[in-house]
Design a protein around this ligand. Sequence first.
Ligand code: UD1
Length: 359
Amino acid sequence: MHIAHVVGARPNFMKAAPVIAALKGFSGMTQILVHTGQHYDANMSDVFFRQLGLPTPDINLAIGSGSHAEQTAKVMLAIEQVFTEQRPDWVVVYGDINSTVAATLVSAKLGIRVAHVEAGLRSFDRTMPEELNRLVTDQLADLLLTPSEDGDANLRREGIPDERICRVGNVMIDTLVRLLPMATPPQGVELQSRYALVTLHRPSNVDEPQALTKLISALVDVSRHLQVVFPIHPRTRKRLADAHIDVQASNCFLLLEPLGYLQFLALQQDATIVITDSGGIQEETTFLGVPCLTMRENTERPITVTLGTNQLIGSDTDRLRNQVQRILQGQAKRGTIPPLWDGRAAQRIAAVLVGASGR
Ligand code: UD1
């Protein structure tokens, strides 16, 4: 059985690592890893390969940045050649990025079976590029590996037959469970006993200068009550510069470059509050029991709100200020860990894939 895994951007890497490792154990199994190169900076890509123990990609398509159409088209053109030469039995795609949908479209047209890890998540917000990627990927994939019950329900509602859906749990938590003992804060960073960890990169928060200015000014207010630690995504750095917002000038934030997996995990674990618009961080904070304030109107991961520590703040910066106060006064939301977020999702994925190859 020959499997091609396709990864492209930071949130893919921690999902692919445990699946590749779990599949290694099966005899007659060959695997290749294709990196599309959607993320290419050392601190957005290389450091993750090292820390997660991912094999060096067999193929790097080096497609880089660009408009959505450009990125998707470049991956499609390059990966068609790879799949035609390699003829994998399965292509495994992860998450919801442009590389995911591009690889899925090409595989489906070549008649190669596709397994989608993290299938079924829906924000029901079609202004998000990731939602479009999720919808198309799930329609075309042959095997939909979901992290939670809501994923199964969404897929059924879209008319996907039960035989294609398999709930395996949250594979990103596999990586978290394995690497938590190795998590170490970044060197040379002076953390206070209480701090808010902030990440922002969604177009809805950073692409519009007015929204970005409002958000930064709310974070300045937060910094009056506790330290604000802010590793800045390259996209956000560019948008701040374009909007002439000098986050350094105020001296209110501990600004950092994007961090490695182990460093960021350590910061999450000890944070008093996490403020984010990321998808994966909503899940990691739920697992860690850390209060998470999500700067989005909706989430494709509702289980982090119903069971976990996550709260949707939207773009309401007054609500952000109020919720920070509540948490500081000891009234943080408590949560539980969702079912099948147990560190063994990749083993279940491997078993399903190997079983499905006989069909
Ligand atoms: C992508 C994913 C998003 C995911 C995020 C995690 C899509 C549609 N979006 O968004 O779902 O949450 O990754 O980070 O696929 N850049 C660099 N160096 C890099 C990568 C990006 O400088 O290594 C800059 C480029 O200017 C680029 C911009 O960041 O234009 C945005 O990168 P891009 O890959 O287009 O999307 P992300 O916003 O990172």
